[in-house]
Write a protein that binds this ligand. Structure first.
Ligand SMILES: CSCCC(=O)/C(O)=C/O
Ligand SMILES: [Fe+2]
Length: 180
């Protein structure tokens, strides 16, 4: 797998910002991520303001909205609470699309058997999580990530914490996994 690394997490309650790898490490491939609806592109974040490749993805996928969030104690108001909130297991009614412009962090997603997969993202990684997938996010020990948030149409940031199994979008997502 090039450009992104993912692995099954241990179950320790230690600091969320640590890698939480199993011993031995149990890697997860890009193909395994695609099977649960997680997609990935590697782009050149140094030219994000004028990048034809990014422009093409945005046009093809209808990502009309974008803004930039900097997650850092000095830049994000109420930092500690936000970091805790992002780490609550939740879903959204729409895809979560993030392009990492600087720094690094982790997206955790649940697999078909309800096991946590940790995806390490860093500068140049564009990742999409499907609507209805249970997931969470955390900075690592560097406490710094700058990310572009993309959205189809007007953004809706509302997160529904687990349990949200009765939501139509959750049922549709679970159905989409059947047979794969
Ligand atoms: C890197 S953007 C902050 C995290 C976020 O918006 C989210 O919904 C995480 O699941
Ligand atoms: Fe989310």
């Amino acid at each position: 797998m090039s450009g992104i690394e993912a692995w099954y997490m241990d179950e320790s309650e230690e600091d969320q910002k640590l890698p939480h790898r199993l011993n031995p490490n149990q890697p997860v491939s890009l193909k395994q991520l695609e099977e649960i609806g997680v997609y990935y592109w590697k782009l050149n974040a140094d030219i994000y303001e004028n990048d034809p490749e990014l422009q093409k993805i945005r046009e093809e996928r209808g990502y009309s909205y974008m803004d930039i969030i900097t997650i850092h104690p000095d830049r994000l108001p109420d930092y500690e609470n936000k970091v805790k909130m992002f780490y609550e297991e939740h879903l959204h009614l729409d895809d979560e699309i993030r392009y990492i412009l600087d720094g690094q962090s982790y997206f955790d997603v649940k697999d078909k058997n309800d096991r946590w997969i940790r995806i390490a993202v860093s500068k140049g990684d564009l990742i999409t999580l499907p609507a209805g997938i249970y997931h969470r996010f955390t900075v690592d020990e560097s406490n710094y990530t700058k990310a572009m948030r993309l959205f189809v149409g007007e953004p809706v940031w509302k997160a529904y914490n687990r349990p949200a199994d009765d939501f139509d979008i959750r049922k549709a997502y679970v159905n989409s996994l059947k047979g794969s």
